[in-house]
Design a protein around this ligand. Sequence first.
Ligand code: ZN
Length: 211
Amino acid sequence: MGLVVLGSMHLRRFANIAKAFSLAVALIALSVQAAGQSYRSTNPALVSRAEQVTGDRFTVVRTTPLGVTVFARMTPRIDLLNAIDRGFAELFTVARRRGYRTRLRFEDYRVFIGRADRTRDSGGQYSPDIAVPAQQYAGSDYDQGGFIYAAGMVLPFNPCAFIIAEHDRDLGRVSNVVRYEGEHLILYYNDRTLYERTADHSRGGGHPILQ
Ligand SMILES: [Zn+2]
């Protein structure tokens, strides 16, 4: 009899611990969600612009180990986040060597990872790209009939942000795309003349711009 009582007390205590634990988990989940939502609500124009360009819904917000804010459709793999950091690290090194001072912190950047509109280029190579309106590229070699395929696309400049496509391999390409899109933003803030000369690839020129 005594054992039964003891047993049920024990069980009740366990139930309370379990309840407290699941409450803690719920609170953590809630605060993560709240952070995502508050970011979204303080940058509604940026997120809607990215969603408008890609046709995606960016419901996941993450920070890379070095501090870049990443928006995605689903939770990005850690090696993808590391590849993003490597791209920026390389970019900042080159930029510092040239004496640039502005926007050289990982926290200055937001990267949107959108659904790829194609995963292979015309040569059959793995090349996840996004389709964007042709605009100044209309009629150029890039023009696919009103749109072009791009590895990345820079969004309005404050905050610094760009879109890349989801990759499941060749993460070295992710680092390169990050470095290359980042070049436009670094130049915009540090060398406006060179920025103007290199921003529009329909007039020729590619990446890397900074060596
Ligand atoms: Zn470019």
